[in-house]
Structures are given as C-alpha cells and as structure tokens.
Design a protein. Structure first.
Length: 126
C-alpha cells in the first residue's frame, strides 16, 4: 500500500512539472503572436472631422516597417513611408484623390527577425 501511494505522488509531481514547462512554452508562443497583432483598416474618411482621416497601421509595436505603399488602380504609388506613425491622408501631390478602392503593400520586420508581407485594399470614402 505504501509503495502505491509513493509511486502515485511521484507521478503526479513529474506530471505537474511537465505541465508547468508546457505552460511556459505556450505563454512564450502567445507572446510572439501578440506581437504580430497588427491592424490594417479597410476604409477611411479623410473629411477633416478628426475620425479616421488618415489610413495608417495600428498596433505596430516592437516592429520595423520596411515598406508601406498605397497604389491607385493604375499602379501609381500614391503614398510611401517606412514610419509606422505616418499614414495616408487621401492626397497625392497635394490634391485630394477620388473616392474609390486603393491597393496597399506592407512589409514589416518583427523583433524575432521574421518579415511579413501584407497586401490588400482600402476604400477611400468622403
């Protein structure tokens, strides 16, 4: 009887230690995923009301923007930056651009060295 109790306690302790190690690894992976929680809006309204007036990246912390470009439907680069705080105000050569859908290309280098590319569209609404 004593041996069974001792064996059970040993197995439980070893299992708890393995669980704690696995939990640490899961937390570490979750932390990495959380660092890549970038938000890219799909529309903006550059009408001067102070709300959504600029199309820009949100939650780019601990990462480096390598490329952030906006294109019109003919492929002309309307906006280009590497500054994560800078965004497009809907102008090109100081002229308001028409309502419509614009393409974007974004490349971001994360703190672990991984480079992600994001491509999509954003709608300019006035």
């Amino acid at each position: 009887m004593r041996r069974m109790v001792l064996l059970l306690i040993t197995v439980l302790c070893a299992g708890t230690e393995m669980f704690a190690q696995e939990q640490k690894e899961i937390n570490k992976q979750t932390e990495i995923v959380a660092q890549r929680n970038i938000l890219i809006p799909n529309a903006f309204t550059p009408n001067g009301d102070g709300k959504n007036d600029v199309f820009k990246l949100i939650n780019v912390k601990g990462a480096q923007v390598i490329e952030f470009k906006i294109f019109n439907r003919w492929g002309t680069v309307m906006f280009n930056t590497v500054d994560p705080e800078e965004g497009w105000d809907g102008r090109y050569r100081n002229q308001e651009q028409p309502v419509g859908v614009y393409g974007y290309g974004i490349r971001i280098k994360y703190s672990d060295g991984v480079i992600e590319t994001y491509r999509g569209t954003v709608t300019l609404i006035r």
